[in-house]
Design a protein around this ligand. Structure first.
Ligand SMILES: [Cu+2]
Length: 645
């Protein structure tokens, strides 16, 4: 039995993963025909976690989704590290995410198929084994009628790799796709359309190819007195913040139990914050693209693709890393070293004022960063959580990597794509994220309010025409809780604790502020529109339920649609002064630029949780001036610099 955890929300350790899998094998008679689709920490109930003290008894448990390859059925079970089975059942109609083992096998099957090989040779490939890379994608759109009998299918975009270090995305092979049954590993159909030239302009990006000749002087971030954080296992104390870092095979990075020390009073802000789904619908209707509507979280398990980070490259400064582990489909433990990076960053000035007599007060701001990066085929996603000295928490997604491409005969127009080179196109697409925010503002029961700014009509209340007021609309129940942003009203949403008032008699709260956002262009009646119905609103609020974890449901792969937030909301549960979850949907409408090629400079989007009436006044006032020696005034390093540089 393994007990190497310090807290109920610590991610499952390597020992715990292998222990639960061994128990599961015995308890559920798992054989080679079974694959682990997902293994997650079975988080105890919130009340149990909040009441837990170090040293208390706790039996840890894992939730496993098991794929039976012989029937393509999915079973889910919860089993403890002591071998006690808490549940085990068939999930009717569920389709497992594509597992790495299955992808590898499907690629080999496609490559070995004589029809594919001949079709590749017709397209100018001289060595199909060495010069072609095949990807296995879920069919994210209509499945051909004659194949739509419930089987799990992948289809296979293919790329030419003229040399081992070529960027294959510069050389998409057009008009050739295998459709493979993941269960039988049969090529059930081959779509072999028009033969068009494969674009051969280079997409090279390796240093050995680009030279990287633009150089700057070295920049070091040194904390000579050490870091300002204390990290005990997965718990972080920094500045007045404390929280726990978590990690999940499906969601990747998770933040738990966020608290802030407000002049000696520890106040709860968030219980569990994660990015619960990421879906990328593509907008080009051509054969090579219309099926590309991947749920990177729900269909792949984003955490599986977590990078091992490199000091000085991915992260700069005094870094603390955390390692994570997960189960492979075969049930082996895979460890990812340096999976999560934590450090402090200088973040410019926090606040400043020069008084009439010339007196200067200025504070430099610092932020604490927890981050992780995944690579899923062509794209990289960085998830960054920032904690600020003004009481704010920010999530930022960093999008980089390589544009997904298509090729076509020179001269054929693609109005839903950007031409990068002759015959090489980058289709328009949207990256749509959904954050699941189980916030607990000063306690477990909260209310969400929509705040609009509204101009007062000319008249006795507004004689000069400049007046405007805010109107507050309490989101009372779930039928009322799917909302859209409105620029004309400067709309925002806040979550308050109606039971706790600040010194001016208003309920304490936080608001959520997005930056970049968009709405989907896929028709709500399209396959992707139905499967990702959550995309059509920016905010959803639900009553907290442990069973409601992902906005498009537990198993979006080939799902008929309608699951997740649109379905749960129909229960129309009351949301006033309840334990609620806010789901914030934010997207980047990506119209590719030439400058996004061949590797896209980081694009950023996300949201900030800002206190509104949570504190009596700015918590940044308590921050001491920085004492670093100013290189310009060469000031005394025990005194704040006043030279204003
Ligand atoms: Cu993009």
């Amino acid at each position: 039995m393994s007990t190497n955890f310090a807290h109920p929300l610590d991610p499952l350790s390597s020992d715990e993963l292998s222990t639960v899998f061994n128990h599961a094998k015995t308890a559920w008679n798992l054989t080679e025909r079974h694959l682990v689709a997902m293994c997650q920490l079975e988080e105890p109930n919130k009340a149990e976690v909040l009441a837990w003290n170090a040293g208390d008894e706790l039996v840890r448990a894992a939730r496993l989704a098991i794929l039976d390859r012989s029937t393509a059925e999915v079973y889910e079970g919860v089993i403890t590290t002591t071998g006690e089975v808490r549940s085990w059942k068939l999930i009717e109609g569920a389709k497992s995410p594509v597992l790495s083992t299955e992808s590898t096998a499907a690629m080999a099957v496609a490559k070995a198929d004589s029809r594919i090989r001949e079709a590749l040779i017709r397209r100018g490939v001289t060595d199909p084994d060495e010069q072609v890379h095949i990807e296995t994608w879920p069919i994210g759109a209509q499945i051909p009628k004659y194949l739509d009998d419930g089987r799990r299918l992948v289809w296979t975009p293919m790329w030419m790799k003229p040399n081992q270090d070529s960027n294959m995305y510069a050389h998409p092979i057009n008009g050739l796709y295998a459709i493979i049954d993941l269960q039988t590993l049969e090529v059930v159909d081959i779509e072999d359309g028009e033969v068009t030239p494969t674009p051969m302009a280079s997409g090279d990006f390796r240093l050995s190819q680009t030279g990287g000749h633009v150089k700057l002087k070295d920049l070091q971030i040194v904390q000579k007195d050490g870091v300002s954080c204390e990290i005990e296992g997965w718990k972080v104390n920094w500045e007045r913040w404390n929280f726990r870092v978590g990690w999940d095979q499906r969601e990747g990075l998770v933040i738990h139990d966020v608290r802030f020390d407000d002049n000696g009073v520890e106040r709860r802000i968030g219980y569990r914050l994660s990015i619960a789904e990421l879906v990328i619908p593509y907008g080009d209707p051509s054969q090579g693209t219309y099926r590309k509507n991947a749920f990177d979280t729900g269909e792949y398990g984003l955490g599986n693709y977590t990078n091992s980070l490199t000091l000085g490259c991915d992260c700069l400064g005094e870094i603390v890393y955390l390692d994570v582990a997960h189960l492979t489909p075969e049930g082996n433990v895979k460890e990812i070293k340096n999976a999560i990076c934590m450090h402090e960053e200088d973040f410019g000035i926090l606040w400043k004022h020069v008084d009439v007599d010339g007196h200067v007060e200025v504070r430099r701001g610092r932020r604490f960063v927890v981050s992780s990066i995944v690579t899923i085929n062509n794209y990289e996603y960085g998830y960054y959580w920032y904690f600020y000295q003004d009481g704010s928490v920010e999530f930022e997604a960093k999008l980089t990597g390589i544009l997904l491409t298509l090729s076509d005969a020179p001269g054929v127009p693609h109005p839903s794509a950007t031409q990068l080179e002759e015959g090489l196109w980058a289709p328009y697409h949207q990256h749509t994220f959904c954050a699941r925010l189980d916030l607990d503002i000063d306690g477990g029961t909260n209310t969400v309010i929509e705040v609009d700014s509204v101009a007062t009509p000319f008249g006795p209340e507004n004689p000069h025409g400049s007046a405007y007021v805010t109107s507050q609309d309490v989101i009372k129940s779930e039928s009322d809780a799917a909302r859209l942003l409105d620029l004309a009203k400067s709309r925002y949403w806040k979550i308050i604790n109606p039971n706790k008032k600040n010194h001016v008699g208003q309920p304490v709260g936080f608001k959520i502020l997005g930056n970049v956002n968009c709405l989907p262009f896929a028709d709500p009646e399209s396959v992707i529109g139905k499967r990702a119905g959550f995309m059509y609103r920016h905010l959803w609020v639900t009553k907290n339920s442990k069973a409601e974890r992902y906005p498009a449901g537990e198993y979006p792969y080939q799902h008929a649609g309608g699951d997740g937030l649109p379905r749960w909301s129909q229960a129309n549960r009351s949301l006033e002064n309840e334990d609620v979850v806010m789901w914030y949907v934010f997207g980047l409408n990506h119209i590719p630029r030439l400058e996004d090629w061949p590797v896209m400079p980081v694009e950023r989007l996300g949201f900030t949780l800002k206190p509104v009436g949570f504190f009596k006044r700015s918590p940044a006032m308590d921050v001491a001036p920085s004492m670093a020696t100013c290189l310009r005034c060469k000031g005394d390093s025990t005194q704040p610099c006043t030279c204003n540089h």
